[in-house]
Design a protein around this ligand. Structure first.
Ligand code: AMP
Ligand code: ZN
Ligand code: FE
Ligand code: FE
Length: 292
């Protein structure tokens, strides 16, 4: 008997509007070439690429889900919160994003200042030239490579940019509760990004117990850095806490991609009804949201 494979989906990737190397239109084209059934573009702290992505989706007859990945803190833990199905033009969401973007800019300035104190001459103008949207640590890492200070992005993070690194500066404490509320108020659902990927919480169950009452609707279960065991654990947590599962590659484009568009996890099969369930949740949560 032949087994029909469902077309893959990808609900997490980055464009040139944050730290990806492909434009939103190019990402949609690549998704089409890779025969994806749906794509969510989830740039860091900005929705500015979504109008282009949605238009390109219409042109190529590919389902594009408006998304975002917001940087946030919960207690002393740095988290990324994905938002799906947002009305990206919502003024309250845009006001929150402006706050986040300004905080990013201040953080970048502080990192550049630290690097200067360490004898590494980098100007804000040089940094701005590294990207066209939200600038962050990956752009600083690229500049450190261009200047011959380090050879690779992981080395740049290890020595300078990660927590504990020589030029590390913490982001402003923008709360996960605020991010989740902003996503929900803009008609979207909030999903915890890569729970076992980066900045792992020591007690995932406890973290979920705390975030669920704030409005968290799902977990990014399928992610390239998750082991099959972790994916299964997260899928069980979804069931236990009535959360939806998401799947994303966190594709940032080329070169140096650690993931491929449309491949959320190589070790485990992604349920074929994942997107359907996510959209059902979106529809119910939208219906139950108070009129604004
Ligand atoms: P930022 O938004 O400026 O805090 O940068 C966060 C981004 O940096 C993440 O989304 C990753 O793409 C990248 N990143 C974080 N930690 C590392 C690391 N240790 N090595 C390489 N890239 C990293
Ligand atoms: Zn990124
Ligand atoms: Fe992330
Ligand atoms: Fe990401």
């Amino acid at each position: 008997m032949t087994k029909t494979m469902a077309a893959p989906i990808d609900l997490h990737c980055h464009s040139t509007f944050s730290d990806g190397t492909l434009t939103p239109a190019a990402l949609v084209e690549l998704a089409k070439q890779n025969n994806l059934a749906a794509l969510a573009i989830t740039d860091h702290d900005t929705t500015d690429g979504l109008t282009e992505a949605l238009a390109q989706g219409t042109t190529h007859d590919l389902e594009v889900i408006p998304g975002i990945e917001m940087s946030a803190w919960h207690k002393e833990i740095s988290l990324h919160i994905l938002g799906y199905g947002i009305n990206h033009l919502d003024p309250a969401l845009q006001a929150q994003l402006l706050d986040l973007q300004q905080a990013r800019q201040r953080r970048n300035e502080a990192i550049v200042e630290r690097l200067t104190q360490l004898g590494i001459g980098i100007s804000m103008a040089e940094l701005a030239a590294q990207g066209s949207g939200q600038i962050g640590r990956p752009h600083i890492a690229n500049l450190l490579i261009a200047k011959g200070v380090v050879r690779t992005i992981p080395e740049a993070f290890q020595r300078y940019l990660k927590r504990g690194g020589l030029a590390y500066v913490a982001r402003q404490k923008f709360l996960a509760s605020t991010a989740i509320a902003a996503i929900s108020a803009a008609g979207g659902i909030a999903v915890l990004a890569h729970p076992f990927g980066m900045n792992v919480h020591p007690d995932m169950t406890q973290l979920i117990r705390e975030l669920k009452p704030l409005g968290l609707a799902g977990l990014e279960v399928y992610y390239p850095l998750h082991t099959a065991k972790n994916c299964r654990k997260l899928a069980l947590l979804c069931e236990k806490f009535d959360l939806v599962a998401s799947a994303g590659s966190d594709f940032h484009g080329h070169p140096g991609a650690f993931s491929q568009l449309g491949v959320a996890n190589k070790a485990i099969q992604i349920p074929t009804d994942l997107l359907c369930k996510l959209k059902e949740r979106l529809a119910t949560d939208q219906k139950s949201a108070p009129e604004s």
